[in-house]
Design a binder for this molecule. Structure first.
Ligand code: MN
Length: 242
C-alpha cells in the first residue's frame, strides 16, 4: 500500500469510527490483523483430543463448546440489542466498552479465537526465522522469552491472560498480561499492543487436568505453541506503517 492509499484507508476508517460513535485512543488506530475473528466461532483446526496429552479432550470440549460458546452467545445478544455498534469486532474492541456485558463477552470471544489458533497438535514447533530473530533481539534468546512468558502467566492473579505482543509503534515484542477477559487492544489496559499468541490462565482452561498446578499447565502449553500462527500475525503487523 502506498502512502496515498494508506491515507485513504485510514481516512475511511476514521469516518467509520465516527459513524459508529467509536472513539479511538486519541489517534486513529489501524485495524488489527485478526480478520479471522468474526461473529461466529471458527472451527478448530484439530480435534478436541488433538492437544493430548498436554491438554485433555475433556477440557477442550468444555472450553470450546461451553465457555467460549457462552461468550459468543451473550455477545451476539448484546450486539443485536445495540445495532449501532455494528459487527466489526476488530473495531469495536478498540473503542469504548462501557457496558461490562459487552467488554467481558467481546473479550471472551475475541481472546478465545486467538487462543485456539495459538495451539498446535504438532508439539515443539520451530519458530520461523524472522520472528525468531526478533525474539532474540528483544529477549536475548528463545529461552528467556519463554521464561518471561511463563513467569507473567503464572503471576496473573485470579483469571486472565498472558500474551506475547508486538508494540505497533516500535515493532518490539513484549509480554503483557490482562485481567479477566481483557485484551491489550482495549482502552484502559496497561499498554496498547497487538497480541500475536496468548495463553488462557482461567481455571476452566486447565483445572480438570492440572488442578492447582498452573505452572505445569503453562509449561506444557508452551510445548504446543503454534509458532506459524504467531509469525503470521507478526508479519501482518509489520505491514502497518504508522
Ligand atoms: Mn477460556
Amino acid at each position: 500500500m502506498n502512502r496515498k492509499e494508506f491515507l485513504l484507508t485510514t481516512g475511511t476508517l476514521a469516518a467509520g469510527y465516527s459513524l459508529l460513535g467509536l472513539r479511538s485512543h486519541g489517534s486513529a488506530k489501524p485495524p488489527t490483523p485478526y480478520d479471522f475473528i468474526k461473529l461466529e466461532q471458527s472451527s478448530l483446526e484439530y480435534g478436541f483430543d488433538g492437544l493430548e496429552p498436554y491438554i485433555s479432550a475433556e477440557i477442550m470440549h468444555l472450553h470450546y463448546q461451553k465457555h467460549a460458546a457462552g461468550y459468543l452467545k451473550k455477545l451476539k445478544s448484546y450486539l443485536a440489542d445495540n445495532p449501532d455498534l455494528g459487527t466489526n469486532l476488530n473495531a469495536i474492541i478498540q473503542g469504548p466498552l462501557k457496558a461490562p456485558m459487552l467488554k467481558n463477552n467481546l473479550g471472551g470471544h475475541f481472546n478465545h479465537e486467538i487462543f485456539w489458533r495459538s495451539l498446535s497438535p504438532n508439539a515443539n514447533q520451530e519458530i520461523p526465522k524472522k520472528l525468531l530473530s526478533q525474539i532474540e533481539a528483544d529477549f536475548g534468546s528463545v529461552d528467556q522469552m519463554a521464561e518471561a512468558f511463563a513467569s507473567a502467566a503464572s503471576k496473573v492473579f485470579g483469571s486472565g491472560w498472558a500474551w506475547l505482543c508486538v508494540d505497533p509503534k516500535t515493532k518490539k515484542l513484549e509480554v503483557l498480561t490482562s485481567a479477566n477477559q481483557n485484551n491489550p487492544l482495549m482502552q484502559g489496559e496497561e499498554k496498547y499492543a497487538y497480541p500475536i499468541i496468548g495463553i488462557d490462565v482461567w481455571e476452566h482452561a486447565y483445572y480438570l487436568q492440572y488442578q492447582n498446578r498452573r505452572t505445569e499447565y503453562i509449561s506444557n502449553f508452551q510445548k504446543i505453541l503454534n509458532w506459524d500462527f504467531a509469525a503470521k500475525n507478526y508479519s501482518n503487523l509489520k505491514l502497518w506503517k504508522r
